[in-house]
Design a protein. Structure first.
Length: 285
């Protein structure tokens, strides 16, 4: 309510003018209210912002600690308290922690190599490319769009983003069915809270912990299980789409005993599970 009152008071003090009148009164309006940051051009001159409103917004941002929060974001500091990690998407523009910038660069180079391989015919006659991702992961294959989807009429590039719970459930069922077919007893959980409850009830030999679980995420579920005397002995292996060493280290810091990168075909998953199960049975963890 205080924010609304501030805006309302400011608008009462400064009657709304037409854009023509604003530019006539402020010949330097364009230079004052437009700028470029990180390759993005911002132009606020064609809005009805006046000095009173701008001053009010600046004061609100000062009280909210906006500058410090923004600097932390672009410096690669931890800004995601639930996962204790930085917002790594800013690394795509080179504004993040050095390790994250290096990771983003490596991924772009890997995508460039994929584009070259497709164009060189390494995968045979490819006519369509479907990228499946969650949320902002569409940023990752931007190079594919530029190099294949726009430059060549031979390829059709499509994106499927924001995968819903049904797709997550389908993946869980695929792994469960294959593991049961292979002789494992399997119990599945749809979120971190359910995972903890099942672990306390069933005491499994191994937990495959998806770090991106909804509700209570896999990071926090692991921390709670490892902090509990009744469950801390259970081997927990993290499942994550982030395959590089830094992600594995973060998983181990949370308490995971190992790390398996997704996507992973069911037979490969069993092969990667085997050393952890052997260690569990022999006490060699």
């Amino acid at each position: 309510m205080a924010g609304r009152a501030l805006c309302a008071a400011a608008m009462e003090q400064e009657p709304i003018k037409s854009l023509s009148a604003l530019f006539a009164d402020e010949p330097d309006r364009l230079s004052k209210l437009s700028f470029a940051v990180a390759g993005i051009y911002f132009d606020w001159s064609k809005t009805h912002l006046g000095q009173v409103l701008i001053s009010g917004f600046l004061e609100r941002s000062r009280k909210a600690g906006f500058v410090a929060a923004r600097d932390a974001l672009f410096a690669g500091e931890i800004v995601n308290p639930s996962e204790q990690r930085a917002a790594t998407h800013v690394a795509e523009r080179g504004s993040a922690a050095p390790d994250d910038v290096d990771l983003a660069t490596a991924r772009r180079q890997r995508m460039r190599a994929l584009v070259d391989a497709i164009e060189g015919g390494a995968f045979g006659d490819v006519t369509g490319i479907l990228h499946i991702g969650i949320g902002g992961s569409v940023l990752g294959p931007a190079l594919v769009v530029d190099a294949l989807g726009r430059r060549s009429p031979a390829f059709t590039v499509r994106f499927l983003s924001n995968i819903d719970g049904a797709a997550f459930d389908d993946a869980v069922r695929m792994y469960r069915d294959y593991l049961e077919f292979s002789g494992f007893e399997v119990h599945t959980a749809g979120d971190g809270f359910a995972a903890i409850a099942i672990a306390k009830e069933r005491h499994p030999d191994l937990i495959l912990m998806d770090l991106s679980l909804p509700g209570l995420d896999g990071w926090e579920a692991t921390r709670r299980l490892k902090a509990d005397e009744a469950t801390k002995h259970i081997t927990i292996v993290a499942l994550s789409a982030h395959a590089l060493s830094a992600e594995g280290e973060r998983a181990r810091d949370a308490g995971c005993d190992g790390f398996i990168a997704k996507p992973c075909l069911p037979p490969d998953l069993i092969d990667q599970m085997a050393p952890f199960l052997k260690a569990e049975r022999t006490g060699e963890r």
